[in-house]
Design a protein around this ligand. Structure first.
Ligand code: ADP
Ligand code: MG
Length: 690
């Protein structure tokens, strides 16, 4: 038997497939199909099930289906306007009657005979309260064609002048070239065996022209597995080459750990306990910890960082906590310092806006080891920051940092353990891929006593009522955020709009109330002063830009009003909204939607219906489409042809596991030249495989 290699198909132009001439060649090129391999992996986006025959009486509007019926009238033709011909015919079975309608399909008139039986396949539709079927395909009962048609048909993403039937025929021709050959399988045999995956050629045939839906699913499973396996293998290989491998630190359980836990003002939730257990296990092993902690806003990620830092320091190491904003650094510093001081752990703050002298002092403390824990912004990755014995690196709100920044900080120690914390802007599925080298822990539970935030979408007509609501809350002693529209590209304009808003409301509607303002263009000291007085309750209404988005914790703030909410991403709205609902009081979020578009309305609806960050970011992804989000441009990853990141999460996990196993047995894929070649081809120039 003839053995075909992957490259053979990759290098063979579709010009060699029967039926592809110059003009079709260029049409296929528009779909990015050049080689036979490209064609064979051009997967159907859907299928037509022509195998199940329904009764006419059971047809539902909107349903795509087959039925068998007798033609009971002559085909009538109408020409309502130039260039349009509408053909109609009545069809009946023992259960009912239906009209079949075709637009501009004049062949129909001479193809249907009164009194004969046909199988029709098409979409049922209700028009003027009567059921009809539009542009159905049909076959005479008993004919050979009909036997062929009683199957599952592939539906491809098509393009102008390259219709379904042409693609189907060409695909069949391409598949014929595989007959009587055997193809080298890129999925290692042991993995195929372990997960019971069929061979590539068989799957390719079944995915295009399945004999049954079960077989199609089986084929799809393997192809999805392969795609995700290759993606993971490439990423993991790339990352393991990039990382300086070596042994990590073996932390132990310090004797003070229990008393420290006891002294906390609350008991950990079950989810926090589970995540903490996973973190401790990692820290105690000799491998370097690389763990991502995902948890919705308010789920209590900070305490996990605190406990891990405590452990590291009590085992004789230093720890660093990096956060994206100065406000957040400041806040963490204030809440963590008193906890640690009682246990003789020295904590310091480092940010770019500190006076030089202060920074210098922190640098020294870190390099000689008199500072145990440093909390800071990007300032931490500056070259001047040297540690005496860095054992643990924690990054909070990881999505604000690049992978590179995380690595730079970790390189300041000798294989320190790394803990990465993020809320949800990256859906779980995507996180698994982008952080392919990280283990993931999820805090899927909020601390007890939280009431879900009530979210309302409003328009300008509601302005007065909302203002009244704001006043009401302030009178009850609560505090309010007003978030100004997001202005991408320009922090300057964004700041300006906040300034204008703050001036306007403090001169008019809320003249008698204490209004404050905070934005990214203010000096750190100013911001700090404002936050201080907001925390102290001296400011009732805080007008802010998006800088308030991450991490800020003021439990007495129970209302957030967001202007031009339609400009924000849903994940970002969810982050913003997470600033309220942090105490026992009922909290509210009001979204001013200034857009009338359908998509905006849908997006706002999601916000009012769900308080679950995971759901929201996945919905966001769904509405925007994975193309936008999982854009190759953004992440430098190859495009997924068949895997779906919502549906195939379980397969992704298995594929990741298998890729890890393979790389453990064969680091750098030195013994798998073919696979390595395939990967370089698959990743193209996007990820350089050393
Ligand atoms: P996030 O995950 O958004 O970073 P934080 O760590 O800021 O959340 O925690 C939010 C709030 O919940 C803080 O005020 C924190 O003290 C409190 N908190 C955290 N864990 C618990 C718990 N187990 N029980 C009660 N309150 C908790
Ligand atoms: Mg946080």
């Amino acid at each position: 038997m003839n053995l075909i290699a992957f490259e053979d198909l990759k290098n063979k132009s579709i010009r060699y497939v029967k039926g592809v001439g110059e003009s079709r060649l260029s049409l296929f090129e528009k779909l990015d199909i050049r080689s036979v391999y490209d064609l064979l992996t051009y997967y159907p986006r859907d299928y037509e099930d022509r195998s199940r025959i329904k009764n006419i009486a059971d047809l539902e509007p909107g349903e795509v289906c087959s039925f068998e019926g007798t033609v009971v009238s002559n085909v009538s033709e109408a020409r309502p306007r130039r260039g349009m011909v509408i053909s109609k015919v009545s069809v009946r079975d023992s259960t009912g009657k239906i009209t079949a309608v075709w637009f501009n399909q004049q062949y129909v008139k001479n193809s249907l005979a009164v009194g004969s039986n046909y199988i029709f396949y098409g979409k049922a539709d209700r028009k003027l309260n009567k059921l009809q079927i539009v542009n159905p395909v049909f076959e005479l009962v008993g004919s050979d064609d009909m036997k062929k048609s009683l199957k599952i048909f592939p539906v491809y993403p098509s393009t102008k002048n390259l219709g379904q039937n042409v693609i189907r025929v060409i695909m069949q021709e391409a598949l014929k070239t595989l007959d009587g050959t055997q193809m080298e399988d890129m999925l290692p045999g042991n993995i195929r065996k372990k997960y019971n995956l069929s061979g590539f050629v068989e799957c390719i045939k079944q995915i295009h022209f399945p004999e049954s839906f079960a077989q199609k699913e089986e084929a799809r499973y393997r192809l999805v597995f392969e795609e995700l396996f290759m993606l993971q293998l490439g990423l993991l290989n790339y990352k393991s080459l990039a990382a300086d491998s070596g042994f990590g630190i073996r932390f132990h359980k310090p004797p003070e750990m229990d008393s420290f836990l006891q002294a906390l003002p609350f008991e950990l939730t079950a989810a926090q306990k589970r995540v903490m257990y996973e973190v401790e296990k990692d820290m105690e092993s000799e491998n370097v910890m690389n763990r991502l902690v995902q948890g919705d806003v308010g789920s209590g990620k900070t305490i996990i960082a605190v406990l891990a830092l405590f452990k590291a320091v009590k085992c004789g190491y230093q720890g660093a906590l990096m956060v994206p904003t100065e406000i957040l650094a400041e806040q963490h510093f204030k809440s963590i310092k008193p906890l640690f001081e009682k246990y003789n752990i020295s904590v310091e703050l480092l940010s770019s806006s500190q006076p030089k002298k202060q920074k210098q002092w922190v640098f020294e403390g870190l390099s000689e080891g008199s500072i145990d824990v440093v909390i800071g912004t990007h300032a931490l990755i500056e070259a001047a920051v040297q540690f005496q014995k860095l054992g643990l690196v924690v990054t909070d709100e990881q999505h604000r940092f690049g992978v590179r920044q995380r690595t730079i900080l970790a390189e300041k120690g000798q294989n320190p353990d790394v803990l990465v914390m993020t809320a949800t802007p990256i859906p779980r599925t995507l996180a698994l891929i982008l952080y392919g080298d990280l283990d993931i822990s999820i805090i899927d539970q909020l601390p007890p006593g939280r009431k879900p935030i009530k979210t309302y979408t409003v328009n300008e007509a509601m302005r007065e009522r909302i203002n009244k609501f704001i006043r009401e809350k302030v009178m009850q002693g609560r505090q309010v955020y007003i978030v100004c529209p997001l202005v991408e590209e320009s922090e300057e304009i964004e700041a300006k709009s906040a300034v204008i808003t703050a001036e306007e409301i403090s001169n008019n509607v809320f003249k008698d109330l204490k209004v404050g303002i905070i934005h990214g263009k203010m000096k750190a000291a100013e911001k700090e002063a404002i936050m201080k007085s907001f925390v102290a309750g001296e400011i009732s209404i805080l007008v802010s830009t998006t800088i308030i988005e991450v991490g800020v914790n003021v439990p007495n703030a129970t209302l957030m009003v967001i202007e031009n909410a339609e400009r924000f991403g849903l994940a970002q709205l969810h982050q913003l909204r997470g600033r309220v609902g942090r105490g026992a009081e009922q909290s509210y979020c009001v979204l001013f939607n200034q857009s009338k578009s359908q998509v905006s309305r849908e997006r706002m609806k999601i916000m009012s219906q769900s308080n679950d960050g995971f759901v929201i970011s996945e919905k966001d992804l769904e509405i925007r489409g994975p193309g936008d989000f999982f854009g190759t441009k953004q992440h430098g990853l190859p495009e997924l042809k068949i895997a779906n990141l919502y549906r195939d999460i379980e397969v992704l996990k298995l594929a990741q596991e298998s890729a890890k196993e393979l790389l453990e047995l064969d680091p750098g894929l030195k013994g798998n030249k073919k696979l390595k070649g395939y990967l370089s081809n698959y990743f193209g120039e996007k990820v350089t495989l050393a």
